[in-house]
Write a protein that binds this ligand. Structure first.
Ligand code: C2E
Ligand code: MG
Ligand code: MG
Ligand code: MG
Length: 283
């Protein structure tokens, strides 16, 4: 193959490629142990209402503090988990952890109306257990389903649209929020906005960042279409106050980006909520 691609030139042996293979296997082994050894945690990034700059909820983002390599970003370890069966327990860990943390924040804050949003993988969506696992979790924690949102991407839904529609409508029926993540990357097929019971779309930063006029036109129409469909809109990657104002004027409901705050640990969320909502009645 190397020969065909380069004419008569033979590609040099690339040790990096081989080490990627063993590296992946090593990481997979490490990841398998990471769950038991409590090396995995969740960081929470505020999702802020653009109208009044108030915190509406948080997205749970998984973190792995590897004993030898330090922090490994989810863009590296989630795909590894997805290539194996690991994503199922990992995904369930995220759901449980996030639900328990949310309950703790609410106990402490006198039932502040905030939600937590958790990313799903397609193996979870396509497994037959997700719906029952979620129900069991909600019952056990006494968590209100309306305070939990699940984030899915178009490609996940595309993998098995029938199964996805079935599971998603059951989850929707018991009150969970469903967000279409990374909108504006991939195909961004408009059919998915109506064929699946999403209540929220998250505009990817690729769509949000920039300043040319075409971007504004595109954003304005996507946002107004989403709103006409009764959906809420979260813009990722907002970089400036001007962009936040522009998006708010277009009818975008929420923003989530470093401008509003980075992902932080659960304890820092507690502190942040105490500062932001000092007058809320306390339990
Ligand atoms: P995502 O769901 O689209 O999450 C948003 C990502 O954008 C996060 O990266 C967040 O830290 C980053 N981000 C937030 N604000 C800004 C900003 O202003 N500028 C820029 N450039 N980036 C910003 P993170 O935490 O590295 O996560 C990457 C992806 O990994 C997530 O993208 C999600 O697809 C996946 N992921 C993370 N945690 C989980 C999980 O528990 N389960 C699954 N299945 N996937 C996860
Ligand atoms: Mg997400
Ligand atoms: Mg996203
Ligand atoms: Mg994204």
């Amino acid at each position: 193959r190397a020969k065909r691609a380069g004419g008569n030139r033979v590609e040099p042996f690339r040790p990096a490629f081989r080490s990627f293979g063993t590296d992946r296997l090593q990481l997979e082994t490490d990841l398998r142990r990471a769950l038991e050894r409590k090396e995995l945690s969740l960081a929470y990034q505020p999702i802020v209402r653009l109208a009044d700059a108030e915190i509406a909820g948080f997205e749970a983002l998984m973190r792995w503090d590897h004993p030898k390599r330090g922090n490994i970003p989810p863009s590296e370890f989630i795909p590894i988990a997805e290539m194996s069966d690991l994503i199922i327990p990992l995904g369930m860990y995220a759901l449980e952890r996030a639900t328990n943390d949310l309950m703790a924040w609410q106990r402490q804050s006198g039932d502040l109306p905030i939600f937590v949003s958790v990313n799903l993988s397609s193996a979870q969506l396509l497994s037959n257990d997700l719906y029952n696992d979620v129900r069991t979790l909600l019952t056990r924690t006494q968590c209100d389903a309306r305070n939990i949102k699940l984030e899915l991407t178009e490609s996940m839904v595309m993998e098995n649209p029938e199964q996805a529609r079935l599971v998603l409508s059951k989850l929707k029926e018991i009150g969970l929020g469903l967000a279409l993540d990374d909108f504006g990357t991939g195909y961004s097929s408009l059919a998915y906005l109506t064929r699946f019971p999403f209540d929220t779309i998250k505009l990817d930063k690729a769509l949000v960042i920039g300043s040319d006029e075409k971007r504004s036109i595109l954003l304005r129409s996507v946002i107004s279409m989403a709103r006409d469909l009764g959906m809420q809109v979260v813009a990722e990657g907002i970089e400036s106050d001007e962009d936040a104002e522009e998006l708010a004027a277009m009818g975008c409901d929420f923003g989530q980006s470093f401008l509003f705050g980075p992902p932080i640990g659960s304890d820092s969320v507690q502190k942040l909520l105490k500062e932001r909502f000092p007058l809320t009645r306390r339990a």
